[in-house]
Design a protein around this ligand. Structure first.
Ligand SMILES: [Mg+2]
Length: 253
């Protein structure tokens, strides 16, 4: 069946809020399951392994696609519950990720108070975190300056106390746009998110949905505020209400 809506949702704080009540999640999942015209994609800053470990026991309805590691990797669901990485997307992102300057700079190039996030070893992303004593904006500025000095071409994305060093121009929005290219015709996108690493995803969406409890506000540039709809409820209840009450149309049509 032709996809008439591509629903792309963040996980932490969006599909799965803190203190999740499973009742609203079951209702949202039932609605998704009843709509064969809807394609569901999850987009997370976590690795696939981390997302499956954290949320696998909570989910009954699975997405067709999984954007992971802040858009630097993309997986598709296969029969039997297997996940297969999209090799074309992986190669394209890889071509934009030259870490030789990092290797040449050695282990001491990181700013003081910035260290690798424990347990994350993504192939095309450097996940860092800022120590509690250090101010995040100054650590971010310091990181950008040092990356420039060692000749590392990359984007820096700050989400809370996490600093992600990403291949230039790659984020959740890039992976979502890549997925859109696989549909014929391309369906409208409704995207749901709550934090800084969702901004590019919300910006590419026809209908950007920001969770009611998100800390993002108009000081966060890059969000298409004139099109953003804020949910009335947190988590699955808010997403389901948006799904049932808002009309999502392509912007070009
Ligand atoms: Mg989130």
């Amino acid at each position: 069946m032709e996809t008439t809506l591509h629903l792309i949702s963040d996980l932490d704080g969006t599909w799965i809020p803190a203190g999740l009540d499973r009742g609203p999640l079951r209702k949202l999942e039932a609605n998704i399951a009843s709509r064969p015209d809807l394609t569901l994609t999850f987009a997370t800053g976590r690795s696939l392994r981390s997302a499956l470990r954290a949320f696998g026991h909570l989910l009954r309805v699975w997405p067709r696609n999984f954007i992971v590691d802040v858009g630097t990797a993309l997986f598709h669901a296969r029969a039997g519950g297997a996940w297969v990485e999209n090799g074309d997307y992986a190669s394209w992102v890889e071509s934009r990720w030259d870490t030789r300057p990092l290797a040449e700079a050695g282990p001491r190039w990181l700013p003081t108070g910035v260290r690798p996030q424990p347990g994350i070893s993504a192939a095309r992303r450097l996940a860092l975190e800022v120590d509690s004593w250090r101010d995040v904006p100054s650590a971010e500025a310091d990181l950008r300056e040092r990356l420039g000095r060692i000749g590392m071409v990359a984007d820096v994305l700050a989400t809370g106390r996490c600093l992600d060093v990403l291949p230039k121009g790659i984020n959740k929005g890039t992976a979502a746009a890549f997925l859109q290219g696989g549909f014929q015709p391309s369906p409208p996108v409704m995207a749901c998110g709550d934090s800084e690493n969702d901004i590019a995803l919300l910006d590419m969406a026809d209908l950007p949905i920001l969770m009611v409890d998100s800390r993002l506000d108009r000081r966060n540039r890059g969000l298409p505020w004139e099109r953003v709809h804020r949910t009335r409820f947190p988590g699955p209840r808010g997403i389901l209400e948006a799904l049932l009450t808002l009309r999502c149309q392509g912007r070009s049509g």
